[in-house]
Design a protein around this ligand. Sequence first.
Ligand code: CUA
Length: 299
Amino acid sequence: MNAEAVDQLYLALVGMAAFFTTVICVAIVYFVVRYRAGATVNRDYRPSRRWSLAVEIAWCVIPLVIAMIAFVWGADLYVRAQTPPDGALDVHVVGRQWMWKMQHAEGPQEINALHVPAGQPVRLVMISEDVIHSFYVPAFRVKQDVLPGRFSTAWFEARDPGTYHLFCAEYCGTDHSGMIGRVVVLPPADYAEWVGSHQPREAAEAAGQRLFWEHRCDSCHLVQGVNRAPALNGVYGSVVPLEGGATVIADDAYLRESVLRPEEKTVAGFKSIMPSYQDELTEEQILQIIAWMKSLREQ
Ligand code: CUA
């Protein structure tokens, strides 16, 4: 959906460059011919003060205006490309050497393929298990680095059903060139059917809940109610007051940090007693725990 807008900006910039290249080339050729050695022309153009000032102001102001147009245009597009609309479908993407793993909020899991419905915005929350990758779908003009240790997001809305290339666009080791896949855009009805027939044996939320019990998180965190640690229901998406008076929105990044580095942000009224789960959970498992916490909000 942003593809046309990106193309228009790109063509405008190329068009502008082509225009000035042409003007300058024509001027060069004209002057080379007109003032060639031996030609009898008037070469006595001495600069006058007023004329020079006017020229200097013009060559500052005109490029400034053009550059500001390009800047505002590009910045507006960038902000729109970075801000997923409300109600977007959530897909978690984990990149690693050398594959893409997708986890739909609605259940299905896929590797090196991403099925999405046409005409609906899709928000990708992405992280890497190892090195920097880059999620690149040229047809949608979407290219976003996928980093270890930090979520990055991207979004798109595919208009036409079909199959599109997915690439890794950041050199990430031996099989970087093989880290490819496809995005399959289905008509909404077909997509609903696809989701129904691709439910995993264990949904992400269920896996998150299982991890919660397996790692004995319940010895401090109750799902409902306060123990030695804050309750978990209703946390996702809420505003959390911190020790020291600051607040933070409990988004994916905050929850991930709280599992891996709980000492970073202590919730107001609690002691910083939680150990780090840095070496015990994979990024995929953390995403499952987040999915579970998200489902608690919706209950
Ligand atoms: Cu992953 Cu290149």
